[in-house]
Design a protein. Structure first.
Ligand code: GDP
Ligand code: IMO
Ligand code: MG
Length: 422
């Protein structure tokens, strides 16, 4: 399979978890390189649904090495809960899951600050997952963060936490929020530190040993291109590099060791949280929500929905260097008679064939649509390209061509088996 970076080509929740699970069959190692438990990656296997937040989706296949690498921000208490949840479902993690020593920690003051900042922003809020992701990456950039190697060093952790709580409690008080108790935070996080210690290692060395063995590594992206801190719809973004480059800095594996980039995108568009979404459409949102689809895997919020936006996915193709496309949720369009695809934007009397950086302009962009006839046939049971209705094949070919990459996977349901290799 070679070394593969998998990224979301839209606004997150493209179905990366499902595609990672499918591709893991061919991989030896699966690595998360950025983001934190803001991610929610859903995998359905034989009637069982798994939602992964920090643990790579590769954990659901036996004998795969799974790595939470240096670029991830880790809430240790939440990671322990996730590991315990997996263990209850019979998924073993010890010996297959490894946590980077240098991953930064998310602590309760990050979560609290995340919430307080959102309250202060009022109607201009980002709509974060309130998992403390922004403040944790903020501390990392400010060089005031705590890392996994601090957590598992009891003396050092105690001293550093005391200092951090002193500072952050003052900030919380200024927001009018309740200060945090050192005793409670210290107790809970030290307990999590002891639990996680057997998983902790130097993951850069581990990954390079795997490379020397000739192992195939799959880099599991979280969030999506337009949530990238540099390339997304700033400030309505997350705080990490969700694009392909993030896989290199977030793991310590160099760009020239990567063999291909797979972009995952839905056959339509969704977004959770605030910020521009040019093809947003109430009708398609109502239709998908009525089917019980498109509710956030992490926060349960209804996702905003719209038509497929090829201006956006073409941009994603460019900044990620996407070679191959996996299109998911094709079945979501099974009942639509006329399917629209955005092929350009219009704003302020100008035409755009790229995504403008100024979100005020992007917010004013009106999509220019092409229309495709719907197939109006269930696709759930299709397993081969030729099982798909001709109109569904034409639609897939068209959106791949507009995006500018080769279609290699089409997904027609959440299950592993509902996957068509093109
Ligand atoms: P991720 O964050 O990119 O991993 O995506 P999420 O798991 O948050 O959201 C994708 C949702 O779509 C999940 O509920 C998946 O089970 C579901 N899903 C993925 N592919 C398909 C598909 O082809 N058809 C249907 N019906 N559901 C899918
Ligand atoms: P996966 O990996 C969709 C969104 C939030 C908000 C913005 C910032 O499942 O695709 P944050 O909590 O990161 O500071 O929130 O980013 N967001 C996601 N949207 N999927 C995700 O992850 C997301 N992770 C963050 O809704 O708009
Ligand atoms: Mg998700």
């Amino acid at each position: 399979m070679a070394n593969t970076i998998l990224v979301g080509a839209q606004w997150g929740d493209e179905g990366k978890g499902k595609i990672i699970d499918v591709l893991t069959e061919q991989a030896d190692v699966v690595v998360r390189t950025q983001g934190g438990n803001n991610a929610g990656h859903t995998v359905h296997i034989g009637g069982q649904k798994y939602v992964l937040h920090l643990v790579p989706s590769g954990i659901l296949r036996k004998k795969k090495v799974c790595v939470i690498a240096n670029g991830v921000v880790v809430d240790p208490v939440s990671l322990v809960k996730e590991i315990e949840g997996l263990s209850k479902l019979g998924i073993k993690t010890i010996g297959s899951l490894f946590l980077s020593e240098t991953a930064h920690l998310v602590l309760p003051y990050h979560r609290e600050l995340d919430s307080q900042r959102e309250i202060l922003k009022g109607k201009n809020k980002i709509g974060t997952t309130k998992r403390g992701i922004g403040p944790a990456y903020g501390d990392k950039a400010a060089r005031t963060g705590l890392r996994v190697l601090d957590l598992i060093n009891p003396e050092r952790f105690k001293k550093q936490l005391a200092w951090k709580l002193k500072e952050n409690n003052e900030i919380l008080k200024a927001f009018g929020a309740k200060p945090l108790s050192f005793k409670q935070v210290h107790g809970a996080y030290r307990e999590a530190g002891d639990f996680l210690k057997p998983y902790v290692t130097n993951t850069v060395i581990l990954l390079h040993e795997a490379l020397r063995r000739g192992d195939d590594i799959l880099f599991e992206g979280a969030q999506g291109t337009f949530l990238d801190i540099d390339h997304g719809t700033y400030p309505f973004v997350t705080s990490s590099n969700t694009t392909a480059g993030g896989a290199c800095t977030g793991s310590g594996v160099a760009p020239h060791r990567m063999d291909r980039v797979v972009g995952v995108m839905k056959a339509y568009t969704t977004r959770v949280g605030e910020g521009p979404l040019p093809t947003e459409n109430a009708e398609i949102a109502d239709m998908l929500h009525a089917m019980g689809r498109e509710f956030g895997a992490t926060t349960g919020r209804p996702r905003r929905c719209g038509w497929f936006d090829s201006v956006a996915t073409r941009h994603a193709c460019m900044v990620n260097g996407i070679d191959e496309l996996a299109v998911t949720n094709l079945d979501g369009l099974d009942t639509v008679a006329a399917i629209r695809v955005c092929i350009g934007y219009r704003a302020d009397g100008k035409q755009f064939d790229y995504v403008p950086n100024d979100i005020e302009i992007l917010g004013r962009c009106q999509p220019v649509y092409a229309e495709f006839p719907g197939w109006e046939t269930p696709t759930h049971d299709a397993r081969k390209w030729n099982d798909l209705p001709a109109r569904a094949r034409s639609y897939l070919k068209a959106i791949a061509e507009l995006t500018g990459a080769r279609l290699t996977i089409a997904s027609v349901g959440p299950g592993r088996e509902q996957t068509i290799f093109v």
